[in-house]
Structures are given as C-alpha cells and as structure tokens.
Design a protein around this ligand. Structure first.
Ligand code: FCB
Length: 490
C-alpha cells in the first residue's frame, strides 16, 4: 500500500470541499481561537472526497476482544486480575471470553475485509509473549500474532500493531508496575522480541496506546487496572512510560530502521470555560496534561511548560531527558470528546492546574460523551501547528450507542452514522487547512469489553451477541464500507 503525504492531498480536498461549501461550516475552521463559539460541524457539505491514498481503518485491542485469557501459555495480566476482583467492573464482567477473537480472528478479518477496511489496528498482549513479563518468548503466543498478521496480509489489509494497550503482565505489577523504572527496560526487551519476530511483515507500529489514560486511571484514579490511587506512583509512572517510549523507539529502530513508529495518544480539545485569564490558563494546563505529556517529551525532549510538576517529583534523573526523545514517524491521535477547563478549585485535578468537565452542549452518546465534531477539527489543527505538520494517523475515533438488532436482524444505528459523518467532515476540513492526516481508524470494528464499563457499551460497527458470539454488521458498518471503498463522504 502506498502511503504518501503530498500537496495533492490538500489541493484535492480544497477542490472537493470548495470555498463556498467550506464557508457554510460553522466555526470556519480557519482560526485557532479556542475561545470562539464552536457549534458542531454541520453536515451541510453535499459530498466530501478524501484523497485516493487515504487509509480507512478500524481498531481493536487485545484484552477487549481476544478472550482466551489463560490459553496457550498466556500469563495473567493486570486486567485479568482487576476484572476478577469483585466490584471493579460493571456487572462483574470480565474479558475472559470477550469476543473470542483469539479463536475467531479469521471471521473477524473477513468482516474487516467486507467493510473495505484497509488498515487493522490491533494490540499484542504482552503476557501472551512473556507470561511473567521477562525472559524467553512463549512460541504459542507469538504464533497467534503471526497467524493474525498473515491473514491480514492475505486480505490486503495493513496490520498496525500496538505494542502495549494496557495489559501489563501481573508479575511486573507485583514488582512495582509502571512507577518502577525497571519496567521501562522490561518493556524495551518485550518490544525487541515482537518487532524482531513480526517486523518482516508489520511495517507500522504504535509503541503505546494512550499513556495518559493508563497512568492516570491506573495509578491515580484507580478506576482502571491496577486500581492504584497514589499520586507519587502516578507521577513516577508518567516518567517511566516516557523513558520506555524513548528507549523502545531507539531499540526498535536499531533492529529495523525501516519500521514506522508512533504512539496513539488520547487527546481532547482543551477549551476554556470562559474568556477569563484564569480559565484560559487552566485550558493551557489541560492541553499540556491531556495532550502533550508524552508527545512533547518524545518530539522535543521536554515536559510541557504548563505541566506544574517538578522533574524531581517525577523521578527524573540526569540524562533522562535525552532518553525520552523519540522522533516519531507519525503521531497517532485517539479523539473522542472535548474538555472544558476552568481555574483550579479543590478537586483531585486542582494540583495539576485545572478543573475539567466534559462538554454538554452537543447531543450525548449512550456513554455520556458529547458529540462535538468541531473540537476534533481544533485539536488536529492545534497539533498540526504546534508540531510543524507531523504525519498524523487517527488511531481511534468513535462512539457508543447501544442499538441492537431489530426484528429483521438489522441494527439501524443512525446516530453512529451521524457521528462519523460529523467527525469525518471535521477531519476533511482540517486536512484542507493543512493537517497532514494519512489515515483514520474507527473505534471499533466489533462491540467489545469496554474496560470498567464491561459490556454495557457498544462502540462497534459490528454487533456482537456475547451469548452466541454471532456478529451482525450494523448499518453504520455498511455505511463505512461504502465510504472506505469510495473515499466519498455523503
Ligand atoms: C479509548 C481506548 C479504547 C476504547 C475507547 C472507547 O480510550 O483506547 O481501548 O476503550 O477508548
């Protein structure tokens, strides 16, 4: 598959969108004034055509879909332990079986093919490869990913492998987890094993998925595995993950310099609650924390200036800020919703310089996230501007609506189609205005285990009946298939 970023892309989009059509887009999208009123992007454009080489993808993650939690020598992960602990997951759900994709990957890749998906983002479960987090690889675990990747390649789908999407081997957590510097070196070793074994057939890799989320929810808020709530651990984990990102980047490049490396960062459009200087400052702190804490270190070798924590408290040692550098080949953006920031008062976020609430002006999805496509536009443009037009892949974007099959066996999830239409229009708009975006991954191919929410949320384009494991392509999936085949959004 040819992946290039060239002027054609922009010219093409501006022709496709047209000046007149663009001017009908509320917010105009040409300004980075974050305080401006930002009604959601209207779907007033008759047709938006994406460039021919734009990559249409879908994303999943190991713990959320695989099941087979103790098969073929797999070790226990922190998510196995967490979900097996009473009271941690809604309804007592676990990922023990999930979508059973470990056994049904052929069917799932066929579904991806039917949806005209050109890139499949999946993650590798570390405890399948190193059951206790170090030492020789488990051949059966590795074989599973080789088979998965070979099946994708046969289907002419690009594999985009995420090395870590949150399922740390429990044994490593028992020795201190991410707050422990040794974990960075264990991670480098594991990254070397998987890239050596799969680098001949997987060219594109995400080192981490959402480092902000797994450090914050895992070590500070305790709502994700391993369920810790220690601020010191949380701050140290940030730095250890940054060290792991930088060291793994260089170790992988030393094995195979051609591999294309990024990380999938969770990002939010950080908007001030008002025009007051305090709220604007809070939004800057929010942007630093939520969006830049792991990106700025990689690309610029510095913690963002607006992050109000001293290096000593994070455990930074002399020489570390060279080690965290990783000139990534692409920036992965996971985008779901925007945050509204105001000056710090007394919540748990106050020491980080802000209070945050989610936006509520737009319609809400079934898990309560606001639909506000213009925030996506603003965020993509802001990263484009602040990092000098990096190559961007949207590594996740999507929504949960709990629509189920009707009496005819169809899943008429029109709200999901509207969501995608709005966000993809916003993305096209950002590309027209100079963002270097080469691909988009819908989260998710399948309904799956949504972390502490268990199976109550349905982000998939394919409905999964968890009792029978039957898969039904939703109307949104059929809509996405047409879009992926034609590149035309209508
Ligand atoms: C992201 C996660 C992904 C999924 C979506 C809904 O934060 O990366 O695994 O849970 O949210």
């Amino acid at each position: 598959m040819r992946i290039s970023n060239n002027l054609n892309r922009r010219d093409f989009l501006s022709v496709a969108l047209g000046a007149a059509a663009a001017s009908t887009l509320p917010g105009g999208g040409r300004s980075l004034d974050l305080a401006a009123p930002s009604p959601s992007v209207a779907s007033e454009i008759a047709a938006v055509k994406f460039p021919k080489d734009f990559i249409w993808g879908a994303a999943t993650a190991s713990y959320q879909i695989e099941g087979a939690w103790k098969e073929d020598g797999k070790g226990e992960s922190i998510w196995d332990r967490f979900s097996h602990t009473t009271g941690k997951i809604r309804g007592g759900d676990t990922g023990d079986v999930a979508c059973d994709s470990y056994h049904r990957y052929n069917e799932d890749i066929q579904l991806a093919k039917d949806l005209h998906v050109q890139s499949y983002r999946f993650s590798i479960a570390w405890p399948r490869i190193q059951p206790s987090g170090s030492g020789a690889p488990n051949p059966k675990g590795m074989d599973y990913y080789k088979r998965l990747v070979d099946t994708l390649l046969e289907a002419k789908i690009r594999p985009l492998a995420t090395i870590y999407h949150w399922d740390l081997p429990q044994a490593l957590e028992d020795s201190g987890g991410w707050p422990n510097r040794d974990t960075a070196d264990r991670f480098v070793e594991y990254s070397q094993i998987v890239t050596r074994a799969l680098g001949d057939r997987v060219s594109h890799w995400c080192i981490f998925n959402e480092p902000w989320v797994f450090t914050t929810l895992g070590y500070r808020l305790g709502t994700h595995a391993p369920g810790k709530t220690d601020t010191g651990d949380f701050l140290r984990s940030i730095h250890v993950v940054n060290l792991a990102q930088g060291k793994a980047f260089h170790a992988i490049k030393a094995i195979n310099g051609k591999l294309q490396l990024g990380t999938a960062y969770s990002m939010t459009s950080a908007e001030p609650a008002s025009d007051s200087p305090e709220d604007r400052q809070a939004a800057e702190c929010g942007h630093a924390c939520f969006n830049l804490l792991f990106l700025n270190t990689a690309l610029k070798g510095e913690y963002p200036a607006a992050f109000p924590v001293t290096p000593e408290v994070m455990g930074v040692r002399p020489g570390d800020m060279e080690l965290v550098r990783a000139p990534l080949d692409f920036v992965g953006i996971n985008y779901y919703t925007r945050g509204i920031f105001s000056r710090p008062e007394h919540s748990i976020s106050a020491p980080l310089g802000f209070e945050r609430v989610d936006g509520t002006q737009g319609p809400l999805t079934d898990n309560g996230w606001e639909v506000w496509p213009d925030g996506f536009y603003r965020l993509v443009m802001r990263i484009t501007k602040e990092y000098d037009k990096p190559v961007i892949e949207i590594t996740e974007n999507g929504c949960s609506y709990t629509d189920a099959p009707d009496v005819h066996g169809r899943v008429p999830d029109v709200r999901k189609i509207e969501f995608y239409r709005g966000y993809l229009t916003a993305l096209a708009h950002a590309m027209r205005d100079g963002a270097n975006v080469r691909g988009y991954h819908a989260w998710s191919l399948l309904d799956n285990f949504e972390w502490e929410q268990g199976y109550t949320q349905r982000f998939g384009m394919v409905y999964v009946d968890y009792r029978s494991q039957a898969r039904t392509v939703k109307e949104s999936g059929k809509w996405y298939a047409k879009l992926a085949a034609s590149g035309e959004l209508s």
